[in-house]
Design a protein around this ligand. Structure first.
Ligand SMILES: C[S@@+](CC[C@H](N)C(=O)[O-])C[C@H]1O[C@@H](n2cnc3c(N)ncnc32)[C@H](O)[C@@H]1O
Length: 221
């Protein structure tokens, strides 16, 4: 989806993707990221996710990027954090900092190697699946071009019959994950969960079959 879509969604408060509790796959598979205390983890297209808080509580430095200033402001306000604002070195982002959490307000596609140089891991929940096909290819290439060679990605995707629900999110098959990541990453499938009869908002919106897949992608040396 183009930036204007997301800016408008936040203005209208249409944020059904937001979860009030930390993501269950992050909690379960976080040890596989093998982060040391103080290591930095990056959350692309982060919205106002509480995963940022959970990761900071595990002792990580946390960096997010988010297009919508409303999302960023709501994140700090709802967690009762006061943030200092400055312009990023590139001038492309407004940087909001509070303790070990930093959010870059601006467009993911303006991130550079310099912005991501400290990141040892990435958690992608509802980021890849928020983008249409041609943007997904650009997204993976942009990540791979700007992260350090030893970076690991914990990736959560959803797969369902796209015709049953207009995007976003976009349904992503296992085959597509491999097509997108295989050339730059070793892709390990960690888990599949059938959420068809769950309380997941997608399942409630008439999607007849809903599978969530979790992957660990390690950048090839
Ligand atoms: C589906 S939401 C997921 C948010 C978050 N990952 C979560 O789990 O709640 C996608 C988010 O990506 C943001 N976004 C979309 N395109 C972006 C871009 N090019 N750069 C930065 N953020 C973007 C949107 O504003 C929205 O908050």
């Amino acid at each position: 989806m183009e930036p204007a879509h997301w800016i408008q969604r936040w203005q209208e408060g249409r944020t059904g993707f937001h979860q009030n509790a930390p993501n269950q796959w992050l909690e379960r598979f976080y040890p596989g990221l093998e982060l040391k205390a103080g290591d930095s983890i990056f959350l692309p297209l982060c919205g106002k996710t509480v995963d940022l808080i959970w990761l900071a509580e595990q002792g990580q430095k946390v960096l997010g990027v988010e297009l919508s200033p409303i999302a960023v402001e709501q994140f700090f306000n709802s967690n009762r954090l006061s943030a200092e604002q400055s312009s990023s070195d590139s001038g492309k982002f407004t940087k909001w900092e509070s303790g070990s959490i930093s959010l870059l307000e601006g467009d993911f596609f303006n991130l550079t190697r310099y912005d991501l140089q400290d990141c040892r891991a990435i958690f992608d929940r509802a980021a890849l699946v928020a983008l249409p096909f041609e943007m997904r290819q650009r997204y993976v290439e942009h990540l791979a071009d700007n992260i350090a060679p030893d970076t690991k990605i914990l990736l959560v995707t959803t797969d369902f019959i796209q015709e049953e629900k207009s995007p976003p999110p976009f349904a992503i098959s296992d085959a597509e994950v491999h097509k997108l990541y295989d050339s730059r990453f070793e892709v390990l499938h960690l888990h599949s969960e059938d959420l068809s009869n769950s309380r997941d908002p997608l399942a409630k919106r008439g999607v007849s079959s809903l599978i969530e897949n979790v992957y660990l992608c390690s950048m090839r040396k």
